[in-house]
Design a protein around this ligand. Structure first.
Ligand SMILES: [Zn+2]
Length: 219
């Protein structure tokens, strides 16, 4: 019990959720509604009609004591792909994890588990994007210096999967990488697989187009 108390306290302090807000009451939307909110926001963004919601002092004050994000986004660290902007969402709406190539190591996985299990977020989007440098570097092959090698190793299976297929290698690998990461998360034990099976967490893959700004779901 002591271990759990320390863990919970640390997570609450780090992630800014109050004890009252984080226990039991989730964001109050279904996964399908959450996905619609994201895609509607992307529609506003691509049509230049952004609402820029929830970015003022009122919203900041309203969520200062508890967060109830309605979606988790595992996206790429690429500076051109900020989830709050391209989905036209505000403070407290999205629980975002960003790594180069939108791959999930244990720390990313733990962050996702926290949001899904503790904050009861119903939707997780794995968001890849056009011209991803991490995927491109993996496809190009060669030596990756330092810890970049860990990213390349994580993306490598996606590149292998699409080698020789029709179309652009990097774009095909971006989609395959999103599919691989999505499958990894759906099967992740002990938490995410259980939540998916119970129907309390939906995990979908998507691709962001750098030119049009459009987010398309990847089946
Ligand atoms: Zn990228």
């Amino acid at each position: 019990m002591r271990k759990r108390t320390i863990w919970a306290g640390l997570m609450l302090a780090l992630l800014g959720a109050s004890g009252a807000g984080a226990s039991g009451d989730g964001p109050g939307v279904s996964a399908d509604d959450a996905l619609k909110k994201l895609l509607d926001g992307n529609g506003r963004y691509t049509s230049g009609k952004m609402a820029n919601p929830g970015r003022d002092a009122k919203r900041r004050g309203a969520i200062a004591t508890a967060q109830h994000p309605f979606a988790i986004v595992l996206g790429c660290s690429d500076s051109r792909v900020p989830p709050e902007v391209l989905f036209d969402q505000g403070l407290g709406d999205l629980f975002v994890i960003r790594t180069a190539g939108n791959v999930a190591d244990d720390v990313a996985l733990g962050s996702i588990e926290y949001a899904a299990e503790h904050l009861h977020v119903p939707l997780l989007v794995v968001l890849g994007h056009e011209c991803c440098g991490a995927v491109g570097a993996t496809a190009a092959g060669g030596e990756a210096p330092g810890h970049i090698d860990a990213i390349v190793k994580a993306i490598q299976p996606a590149v292998e999967k699409v080698k020789g297929k029709e179309g652009d290698l990097v774009d095909n690998a971006v989609a395959a990488n999103v599919q691989n990461v999505t499958a990894q998360l759906k099967a992740s034990q002990p938490l995410l697989a259980k939540l998916v099976e119970e129907g309390t967490l939906k995990i979908v893959g998507a691709r962001y187009d750098l030119d049009s700004g459009v987010v398309d779901l990847i089946p």
